[in-house]
Design a protein around this ligand. Structure first.
Ligand SMILES: C[S@@+](CC[C@H](N)C(=O)[O-])C[C@H]1O[C@@H](n2cnc3c(N)ncnc32)[C@H](O)[C@@H]1O
Length: 276
């Protein structure tokens, strides 16, 4: 199996949209009046979820009418949130076929097709012209990216001069290999963590300037601990990203927490920009 197919198979299995609809109905949501906030627990696929996307939005200089790119957009939660909050247009691209399909159906459900367009594609070979986007994000994607210089070079290529670029990821900590399974890999295959220092160097190597790296380990640890408590009590909510992680979701959540505690992973948020 190619690396890209292996990543797609890992993330999206079966009819993801049907799974989410069933969970929404189980949670008593009215699909005709569904809001971005109601969908938020499941379509922002990182442990701090909707809250983390809102906090990131607070730091982004997006203006109404601008065109933003979300690389590895998953189910499209962050893309729809930014489009709604800033009245901008967002293009999303993701390698996982089942997620792209679900993302577009969720966008239709929220009647946002005029502002959010999601297509299948690889962040290492973006299907866009040069210098078209006013800003770009990639949230918890790069843990699966083997060639960071290529991935960042592509992001740089499609951004306009002066555009911002924001990313979040689990970097490699100083204490050795992470425990698996984790949300992004069952056993370490297709997992390519690098240290925050290397990420910063790769971004600068691609041409990005003003690279600011923030350690988000404590916030993520709190998020995983909360999820782990709920999983241990058998009290995970009907709607949540654990639905997408498979039967071993509790083990993935537990390992993610232990890896941060033992400094095997190092979650970060990075903001930078393409020079004018
Ligand atoms: C943890 S999910 C995050 C999804 C989304 N960014 C969010 O925050 O809700 C990781 C996503 O990265 C995508 N991905 C991994 N490698 C990719 C690549 N090379 N190009 C595009 N998408 C990729 C996966 O398919 C998956 O949807």
């Amino acid at each position: 199996m190619s690396e890209n197919n292996a990543i797609s198979e890992h993330w999206g299995k079966g009819d993801v949209y049907a799974q989410i609809i069933s969970a929404l109905e189980g949670a008593g949501k009215n699909l005709d009046t569904l809001t971005i906030e109601e969908l938020g627990p499941v379509d922002h696929y990182h442990v701090r979820g909707f809250t983390a996307t809102v906090e990131l939005g607070d730091q982004l200089p997006i203006m109404s009418g601008q065109h933003i790119l979300d690389i590895g957009c998953g189910l499209g939660g962050p893309a729809r949130y930014l489009a709604h909050r800033f009245a901008c247009k967002v293009s999303g691209v993701d390698i996982t076929t089942a997620f792209v399909d679900a993302a577009n159906k969720l966008t239709s459900l929220l009647k946002m097709n005029d502002r959010v367009v999601i297509q299948r594609g690889d962040g290492n070979q973006l299907p866009y012209d040069d210098s078209v986007f006013d800003g770009g994000i990639t949230l918890h994607v790069t843990m699966n990216v083997s060639d960071r210089p290529q991935f960042f070079a592509e992001a740089f290529r499609v951004l306009k001069p002066g555009a911002f670029f924001a990313m979040t990821e689990h970097g490699l900590g100083p204490a050795g290999s992470p425990y698996y399974p984790l949300p992004w890999s069952e056993d370490g295959s297709e997992a390519f963590l690098v240290t925050p220092e290397d990420t910063e160097a790769f971004l600068e190597g691609a041409g990005f300037a003003d690279v600011k790296v923030e350690n988000t380990g404590e916030e993520y640890l709190a998020g995983y601990r909360k999820a782990l408590d709920l999983a241990t009590q058998g009290a995970l909510p009907p709607l949540g990203t654990h639905l997408l992680m498979g039967d071993n979701a509790p083990a993935k959540i537990r390992n993610a927490a232990h890896n941060i505690e033992e400094r095997r992973t190092h979650p970060i948020k990075v903001l930078c920009r393409k020079p004018e």
